[in-house]
Design a protein around this ligand. Structure first.
Ligand SMILES: Nc1ncnc2c1ncn2[C@@H]1O[C@H](COP(=O)(O)OP(=O)(O)O)[C@@H](O)[C@H]1O
Ligand SMILES: [Mg+2]
Length: 252
């Protein structure tokens, strides 16, 4: 279900958040629609995690507003059942098996037994974790662990999904699988915000925001950003080079 007309599934309006002398968010603004995969791309310290925590309603803001499906995530309890979150340090129960973790997280969102069974079977199938259902979480590879975390975050079928560096510490094959999975969910209408420090992952998003020091330097569809950069006189442009140029104020 979409929000009110013209409303985007995810809205960050001029988010400001300070931690003592550090300004983690300095007026961050972006919006994401249903069926869109938005990448918040930036180096360590850019403010990605703080932005995702603000969108999830987990921290207070000094200024600005976060909205999920038109609702205030910090104050409106209705957001909970419509939002999925995969934090950077996703805590599964390491001494529980794959299946037990799913059951635990299914219970948290109070799913009827039949609904849980159907969804968990589907998620196990698409994450290809079905053969490992009895393996303990602490015996999974980094990529499998992230896929299980993703499955747990998707059990309640959220309309909006926030993922903080989901591909960090994941091998290239699992990384590609994770991206394919996300694109499947986005194609079904989910709005996804994903943060990553990897510039090369920008191209896998519908739109990206290049974040630096708590605000966006550039935003747009990846191909358009690279084309503008090339027109500005940078042959064979890469996001890495674009980012460096943007920081130096030399980007178009
Ligand atoms: N709880 C906190 N206390 C103090 N400083 C913080 C806290 N959270 C984040 N910061 C600071 O805010 C800045 C942005 O951090 P963060 O949002 O974690 O960036 P990123 O996820 O892009 O690496 C960093 O300088 C970080 O040290
Ligand atoms: Mg972070």
């Amino acid at each position: 279900m979409a929000g009110a007309a013209g409303e985007r599934a995810v809205e960050a309006h001029g988010l400001v958040r300070r931690f003592g002398p550090v300004t983690a968010l300095a007026g961050l603004t972006f919006g994401v629609g249903a069926g869109e995969l938005y990448g918040l791309v930036g180096p360590d310290g850019a403010g990605k995690t703080t932005a995702i925590r603000a969108l999830a309603g987990l921290i207070d803001l000094d200024a600005g507003a976060a909205r999920i499906l038109g609702l205030d995530p910090a104050r409106d309890g209705r957001v909970r059942e419509r939002l999925g979150l995969m934090p950077q340090q996703y805590s599964l129960y390491r001494d529980l098996t794959v299946g037990e973790n799913l059951r635990f997280f299914g219970r948290l969102s109070v799913l009827p037994r039949a609904v849980f069974r159907e969804r968990s079977e589907r998620l196990l199938a698409i994450t290809r974790l079905a053969p490992f259902v009895d393996r303990r979480a602490d015996q999974l590879s980094g990529g499998m662990y992230k896929k299980l975390a993703l499955a747990c975050a998707l059990l309640h079928q959220p309309e909006v999904l926030l993922l903080d560096e989901p591909t960090n510490g994941v091998d290239p094959v699992s990384r590609r699988e994770l991206w394919e999975l996300l694109h499947e969910f986005v194609a079904a209408g989910m709005a996804v915000v994903l943060s990553t420090p990897y510039m090369d992952e920008a191209e896998r998003c519908h739109r990206v925001g290049l974040a630096h020091r708590g605000r966006l330097l550039l935003e747009g569809p990846p191909a358009a950003l690279l084309a503008d950069f090339e027109r500005a006189g940078h042959p064979a442009p890469t996001f890495e080079a674009l980012f460096v140029a943007a920081i130096e104020g030399a980007a178009p």
